[in-house]
Write a protein that binds this ligand. Structure first.
Ligand SMILES: Nc1ncnc2c1ncn2[C@@H]1O[C@H](COP(=O)(O)OP(=O)(O)OP(=O)(O)O)[C@@H](O)[C@H]1O
Ligand SMILES: [Mg+2]
Length: 240
């Protein structure tokens, strides 16, 4: 059974329709890129997959023992979030909140999980630093460590490289690819079509034209060809 199956899912806020009739399925180990123009509904789709927002119609089903609480989520960054006054360790361990239930403190196992994920993301040296004093790339690694505290199965990443310079973006892509190779299913929103073409197993394009399929099929599709043309400088890098 697929990890996530979306059947005729329409999305939006207060019955204001943003995306109509999405159909896709994701299997364990897949690496799905969600692409589309600004405002096309990518973040809204992620919030709907997380159960933070009900679909307007259609259904989303989860297989393989996945529940909304065992999904690791890296939200799209806003200026307010970037200024958050907590320490790195506090932010990372807050990814264990879904495991705590009503218990008002973190147990030894959760503290170890936070330490292990800080090691995995190479941010142990930063653990007592205030999050808001870190560079953009360091902040994204903190948020990835936090998301990993919530899951060993499925990560939802909303523009994890936005605003990062090309070197730091490349490091972030390598880290995420490694997690995918370790068996974690990844769903990532990105405007970086060249990265999508390089790393994705599947692409979901949302907008006026909707497309879901393998990366290879997307490049041959009308939606894929149009999107590549509009992002030509990015696309050119792949064919160079
Ligand atoms: N909380 C909200 N209430 C009402 N409308 C919203 C809300 N959040 C987003 N929208 C609207 O829903 C539409 C889709 O927004 P969404 O954030 O999903 O787009 P996106 O594809 O993630 O865009 P971007 O690439 O800029 O991040 C937009 O028209 C937006 O104004
Ligand atoms: Mg968004």
């Amino acid at each position: 059974m697929a990890l996530i199956t979306a059947s005729d899912v329409s999305l939006g806020y207060d019955n204001h329709l943003i995306v109509k009739k999405l159909n896709f399925s994701i299997n364990a180990g897949d690496y799905l890129y969600i692409v589309g123009e600004n405002g096309s509904g990518k973040s809204t789709l992620m919030k709907t997959l997380l159960g933070l927002l009900p679909p307007i119609s259609g259904s989303i089903s989860f297989g393989d023992g996945i529940k909304a609480g065992d999904i690791g989520y890296l939200p799209q960054q806003t200026i307010i979030q970037k200024d958050f006054p907590a320490s790195v360790r506090e932010i990372v361990i807050s990814g264990c909140q879904g495991r705590c239930g009503l218990r008002p403190f973190y147990n030894r196992e959760e503290k170890k999980l936070a330490d292990d994920n800080m090691k995995r993301m190479d941010i142990v040296d930063l653990k007592n630093r205030p999050y808001r004093e870190l560079s953009g790339g360091q902040q994204q690694r903190v948020l990835l460590a936090r998301a990993l505290c919530a899951t060993q199965k499925l990560l939802l990443l909303d523009e994890p490289v936005a605003g990062l310079d090309p070197n730091v973006s490349a490091q972030m892509y390598e880290l995420i690819e490694k997690l995918n190779q370790e068996g974690i299913t990844v769903i990532m929103i990105s405007h970086d079509i060249s990265a999508a073409i390089r790393y994705a197993s599947h692409i979901l394009h949302i907008g006026e034209k909707i497309y879901f399929g393998t990366r290879g099929d997307y490049l041959e599709s009308e939606a894929g060809r149009d999107f590549l043309l509009r992002n030509k400088s990015e696309g050119d890098k792949n064919y160079a």
